[in-house]
Design a protein around this ligand. Structure first.
Ligand code: AMP
Length: 282
């Protein structure tokens, strides 16, 4: 397993693999890797001959008021995890390598990015689409792996790949949770003991909503009211949004008459956490 910091080194390595006729999977991450990321690396390792993991806290997807500076980083730990899960190369660039002086091209998307997280994070998906496009161009993978934990991001990437005729397959992987239900996230490290306990309202609301869907409830407002009521009972929790949207368009729907995503963002103290379920997975 190698760690490289430049685009040229990634290209050289991938070129060698291509000469040998090997397939390549890409797992884009912001580092501080946990078992959620590991599950994506495992999936890529299963499907491809070689796996590249990008480990880059992308400044372009953070607004000035967000946690770019405090976002946790630990490349030594990440290297051990990637190696243990069969990854072959970590691409760990400095921001200047990805965004040279004079950088001025962006990948922007309308509609899908204007709902859910896009409302409270207006520049976020432009940063995500731009960096992911760059990673696709640098690595040119056969497949790229994204977690359903970031469900809107997964939908946005699928849409971008289709709109812009990018020649790779996007694989969505299930949410990996702690044993008590909390979705694993690098941002969970921000939570103190009391907040960590309060954060369980997210997964509890997800499981509550899933059960209602399983029992046949079709009225989105009935499902959302029950989920919101559960979250609002927790004093440390403040809802950013809890919504049910069409899976393909990310637009809100009143009735479960098509494949849907039920997604939420909730502040626990100062930490903004997300969780969700797809009705098709219920
Ligand atoms: P991040 O480093 O948070 O940008 O995440 C990198 C990738 O890992 C994204 O595709 C995430 O959706 C995925 N991921 C993060 N947490 C989880 C999780 N708990 N389960 C599954 N995938 C995850």
């Amino acid at each position: 397993m190698k760690i490289v910091k430049t685009i040229a080194e990634v290209r050289k390595q991938v070129k060698e693999w291509r000469h040998e006729g090997l397939t390549v999977g890409l797992v884009p991450t912001m580092g501080y890797l946990h078992e959620g990321h590991a599950s994506l690396i495992d999936a890529s390792h299963r499907d491809n001959d070689r796996t590249v993991v990008s480990d880059f806290v992308n400044p372009m997807q953070f607004s000035p008021t967000e946690d770019l500076e405090s976002y946790p980083r630990d490349i030594a730990h990440d290297a051990k995890l990637v190696e243990a899960h069969g990854g072959d190369l970590i691409f760990h660039p400095e921001p200047e390598e990805m965004y040279h002086e004079g950088f001025s091209s962006f990948v922007d998307m309308t509609v899908l990015t204007e709902e859910l997280c896009g409302l409270s994070r207006p520049i976020h998906f432009r940063g995500v689409c731009t960096v992911v496009s760059k990673l696709f161009n640098i690595v040119q993978p056969d497949r790229a792996y994204f977690g359903k934990k970031d469900a809107q991001q997964l939908a946005v990437i699928r849409h971008m790949v289709n709109d812009l005729n990018m020649n790779l397959e996007i694989i969505g992987c299930p949410i990996i949770r702690e044993s008590d239900g909390l979705a694993k996230s690098s941002r969970n490290t921000y939570l103190n003991t009391e907040e960590r306990q309060s954060a369980l309202v997210l997964s509890q609301a997800v499981f509550l909503g899933m059960n209602m869907v399983k029992k046949g409830e079709k009225d989105c407002s009935v499902i959302l009211d029950a989920m919101k009521k559960h979250i609002e009972a927790e004093p440390l929790a403040k809802i950013d949004y809890v919504k049910i949207v069409d899976c393909a368009t990310m637009q809100q729907i009143p009735t479960l008459d098509r494949p849907a995503l039920c997604a939420m963002a909730v502040y626990i103290g100062k930490t903004r956490l997300i969780d969700n379920f797809f009705t098709e997975d219920v």
